[in-house]
Write a protein that binds this ligand. Sequence first.
Ligand code: PMP
Ligand code: GLU
Length: 390
Amino acid sequence: MLSKRIQTLSPSLTIAISSLARDLKAQGKDILSFSAGEPDFGTPRLIKDEAIKAINEGFTQYTAVPGIPELLESISGKLKRENGLDYAPNQIIVSNGAKHSLFNLFQALINEGDEVIIPAPYWVTYPEQVKYCGGVSVVIETNDINDFKITAEQLRAAITPRTKVLILNSPSNPTGSIYSREELLEIGEVLKGTDILVASDEMYEKLIFGDNQFVAAASVSEDMFQRTITINGLSKSVAMTGWRFGYLASPKEELISVMNKLQSQSTSNINSITQKAAIPALNGEVDDEIESMRQAFEARSKEAYELFNAINGLSVIKPQGAFYLFVNIKDISNDSIQFCKDLLSETGVAVVPGIGFGSEGYFRFSYATDIVTIREGVRRIEKFVKKLQS
Ligand code: PMP
Ligand code: GLU
């Protein structure tokens, strides 16, 4: 009965583990979950008030498929002001979360057998979406030694005549690594003269720590601007995961236009209330709230980083942004699924196996939770690891 396509699709591992942890907790079990990829903060008051206002004013009908004009103007303004990027409103489309933006993008671009280069560790969703439209993921392995970033040589070696897209995700889920301007320029040099597009997933743009700087891939050169599709949203930076708001921008108007066509036949516009509520966030009106969430994530990242590195047998690189640690367990186990299963059943701590992100011998620890819970979680992990070593 079912299509071949749907039968080969795997469910999202991050969502599966977060749901399992939630269910176990609801059954009264002592569960500490570090599996969720979402901020533990509430959406800022101003955004909620805008949504309530939109409802009360009756802004409850269908809108234009890519979003209302004032929203597209706000996104265009944000990209110009914060990233130095010139995208006209008709070069932008708003979708139901950046996940949906990516889905639309791959559906619009990929033919059977086209290759998409994905650096590992990667966000779990990329290879599944690529597979769903008949594409082939070409995974480039990275490791802790080079901060989980691909080199120009690795990229050059991965390119074939079938390469259609390179996915970049900086700051990265699950490693927290950030590509510098120089590194992006080097990548741009490798791509020069090819037709390869870059899908730049910039979801964690606002969560940057220390002296690190966020650089938008499209901003490093005119050549990169032309080939890059900039993908972003408000889920992580403004704590709006449940509102479902993501967007994508490209100077290639034909691409935006076919995605509008696809969206017009699938989901239409995103909900009208979220559109109104997103505008103040994009206009910089909740920047103070964003900054205080960022500071909280940075403080937690510092403490969790130190706690993990103090555990004999585990190691982790210093995260530059986002809210994850990608913890190396290779001295203890090379089966991250088994490790995470045992950890959950024996200690009640939920983390995500590295293999789900394409890298065996690691687990992802999300510190989007309060510091007391983080300390207790790491204490339980340490005890568990000690027991495995004895
Ligand atoms: N990209 C990355 C790297 C993510 O971690 C997420 C989190 N779900 C998304 C995209 C999609 O976020 P959303 O659909 O909530 O906008
Ligand atoms: N992106 C988040 C995560 O990696 C949310 C879950 C998901 O959409 O996969 O956990």
